[in-house]
Design a protein around this ligand. Structure first.
Ligand SMILES: [Zn+2]
Length: 246
């Protein structure tokens, strides 16, 4: 009992000295925001939460046709995106990817998990993140897609299977290329399903951070289908507004 009291006193002293702050604007967080959202749990203040560029619920699903130049083997592959790739999501994703601020990704992951449709007729078997190459994983220390996939896994109660897909060759960063055809060529043959997994008949949610042309997700989904998956949908944190408008 005494130990618990000491623990509680230590916790309140620590939270007084180091209060939880909004990861976007730095404002000290109160237990509940004024609309009942547990801002402390989410690590974002109500004001910043309301300003996130969330897509309308009717604009979150769209086809991921990234191979318009040849016979697309999976023309029906669809992707779900929660946000427009605009501030402050742009910055939160960059902090996750390039500044090791994993908690920025955890916030986005949590919001993705809360918003991803729950009552779909499909029973999902696995949440699978798009992998990094060994080289990039060693350099960064973590896979940002896996951070996001964890949020979906936890909220949907679907297992996170983070090594189903392996990156079998190192590719140049997609951001080097603007041209959709070049981006598609850059990732061709880059992924394979790990031989330890039998995914025959599986329904899979494939997760990545940002969707630009869709080349990466499309290539990763292709190997899942080639290895017997029944259904694959993509889920990304954000995509550019023009992806919907085109
Ligand atoms: Zn804020």
């Amino acid at each position: 009992m005494m130990n618990q009291k000491i623990k509680n006193a230590a916790t309140s002293a620590l939270s007084f000295l180091f209060p939880s702050v909004c990861i976007n604007c730095g404002r000290v967080l109160i237990e509940r925001g004024n609309c009942g959202i547990k801002t402390k749990e989410l690590q974002i203040c109500t004001s910043c939460l309301c300003k996130l560029p969330v897509r309308l619920s009717t604009e979150r699903w769209f086809p991921c046709l990234s191979e318009p130049y040849g016979d697309d083997p999976i023309p029906d592959f669809s992707v779900w995106a929660l946000f427009h790739y605009e501030m402050p999501v742009t910055l939160l994703v960059k902090r996750l990817k390039f500044f090791s601020e994993i908690y920025c990704g955890q916030l986005l992951a949590d919001l993705m998990g809360r918003e991803f449709p729950k009552n779909t007729p499909v029973k999902w078997d696995a949440v699978v993140p798009v992998p990094l190459s060994e080289k990039r994983l060693r350099k960064r220390g973590y896979n940002q897609a896996e951070v996001l996939a964890k949020g979906l896994s936890e909220h949907l109660g679907v297992p996170l299977c983070n090594n189903v897909i392996r990156k079998v060759r190192h590719t140049k960063q997609q951001s080097r290329y603007q041209d959709p055809q070049q981006r598609s060529q850059n990732v061709q043959g880059a992924y394979a399903v790990d031989e330890n997994w039998d995914i025959t008949g599986w329904n899979i949610i494939l997760v990545d951070d940002i969707l630009t042309t869709g080349a990466t997700l499309h290539e990763a989904a292709k190997v899942l289908f080639e290895n017997g998956a029944s259904a694959v949908v993509g889920a990304v944190c954000a995509t550019h507004r023009e992806n919907i408008e085109n």
